[in-house]
Design a protein around this ligand. Structure first.
Ligand SMILES: Cc1ncc(COP(=O)(O)O)c(C=O)c1O
Ligand SMILES: Nc1c(O)cccc1C(=O)C[C@H](N)C(=O)O
Length: 394
């Protein structure tokens, strides 16, 4: 059943190992976006909110994402950016634990998650503290001072996987609220969000869900607590009756209260079409194929390139759907790889990062990518000065 390369627009001659940063364009998505623009917006104008049912699109897409992360229909809202959703989840979670002053994350978390916590702490000015131990020390750092544990399940740099079930249980045993960032999990591996019992989860849709650059983010609130969730950003589309235009805010009685303003309709319809590639796909099959691809890549690269060091967990069960290698200087090596048709990316200070997406990457791609890396390393092609010019986006 896998891979399903024919469902994607992939440029000829490119091995794309960066779907963990920006997924490729699914074939139906372009047509759907064009239809939304020309027929719905162009032809229907404002009537399209009803005639094309734009108003239901955020919830419809939320339900499709819910199906991919082990959440119940109605428990996932879409819109805004992941940074905003992190802020909302954290602000709501802190309100649920008055008297506790510690936010626990880890020092490997993606910068925006940490910045959101730092910014919120400053805004609240109520003595909150952000603690960021090493990822492997998080479980031991969960104490009864902790209000919220906020972690990204798969570390964006190393691919290290937190044990969602065990950490959530530990957080709850200590009386803390749990927030998971699923940016590098949704569409990458099976997630049992409802089974984990976490209160909140957030994520983006432009990586493994292939929603395109700037695609809307998502937020989950556990159904049994949602009516107690206090929205920090009380936007009109999170109101129980937006078109009542009531000057007083009254939140929707569902995760919809975590919506803020007007949904990005073109991106949402594109994402809706992009999610079609998951029809009939089992995430357990994806996980098994992803592990095979990662294992092959590690074995091939280690056999061919002794100068690089594995910077991801060696145990596949402790790793998401990416493999990182450390090398100094990694940046020009990645630029040379891109120039030779293998797209991965570089993360400072010295990480060469490769994402494995079984929907459109197969074993032959992985072996070819390792061969090209070997040529670049053994022939020193990366030393060419043109690969040392630093771009804005790495
Ligand atoms: C774990 C994680 N959180 C947040 C973000 C970014 O959030 P935003 O979509 O708001 O840029 C990323 C990637 O950019 C990420 O990997
Ligand atoms: N969101 C991105 C962007 O707007 C530009 C370049 C990269 C990104 C990313 O998503 C980076 C990604 N979260 C990472 O894991 O590094």
């Amino acid at each position: 059943m896998l891979p399903r390369k024919d469902l994607f627009e992939l440029p000829e001659g490119v091995i794309y190992l960066d779907g963990n940063s920006l997924g490729p364009l699914p074939k139906g998505a372009q047509e759907r976006a064009m239809r939304t623009i020309s027929q719905e917006w162009g032809g229907e104008l404002i009537r399209a909110w009803n005639s094309a049912d734009w108003m239901s699109l955020p919830q419809k897409v939320g339900d499709r994402i819910a199906g991919l992360i082990g959440a119940a229909p109605g428990s996932v809202a879409t819109g805004d950016t992941l940074s905003i959703k992190v802020y909302q989840a954290l602000a709501a979670a802190l309100k649920m634990r008055p008297g506790r002053k510690v936010i626990l994350s880890d020092k490997g978390n993606f910068p925006t998650d940490l910045y959101m916590a730092q910014g919120l702490i400053k805004t609240l000015d109520a003595g909150y503290e952000l603690r960021t131990p090493a990822p492997e020390d998080v479980a031991d750092a969960i104490t009864d001072e902790v209000a919220v544990v906020m972690l990204t399940q798969v570390d964006y740099r190393s691919g290290r996987l937190h044990d969602m079930q065990a950490i959530t249980e530990k957080a709850h045993a200590a009386g803390a609220v749990m927030i998971w960032d699923l940016a590098h999990s949704a569409g990458a591996l099976p997630v049992d969000l409802a089974g984990s019992n976490a209160e909140f989860a957030v994520g983006c849709t432009y990586k493994y869900l292939n929603g395109g650059p700037g695609a809307p983010a998502f937020i989950y609130a556990r159904p049994d607590i949602v009516e107690d969730v206090e929205p920090a950003l009380a936007g009109w589309l999170g109101h129980a009756a937006p078109f009542a235009m009531d000057p007083a805010y009254s939140p929707a009685m569902s995760t919809e209260r975590l919506r803020v303003g007007t949904p990005p309709v073109v991106q949402l319809s594109l994402l809706d079409a992009a999610l079609d590639v998951w029809d009939g796909v089992s995430l357990s099959d994806i996980r098994a194929a992803s592990i095979d691809l990662c294992e092959t890549f590690i074995a091939e690269v280690e056999a061919r390139c002794p100068m690089v060091t594995l910077a991801s967990p060696r145990d596949a069960q402790q790793r998401g759907s990416q493999v990182s290698f450390a090398f100094d200087p990694g940046y020009p090596v990645v630029q040379a790889l891109i120039d030779h048709g293998v797209i991965g990316d570089f993360r400072a200070p010295n990480i060469m990062r490769f994402g494995f997406t079984p929907l459109y990457i197969d074993q032959a791609d992985v072996i070819r990518a390792a061969e090209i890396l070997e040529t670049i390393m053994t022939e020193g092609l990366w030393k060419d000065p043109k690969y040392h010019q630093v771009s804005k986006v790495t």
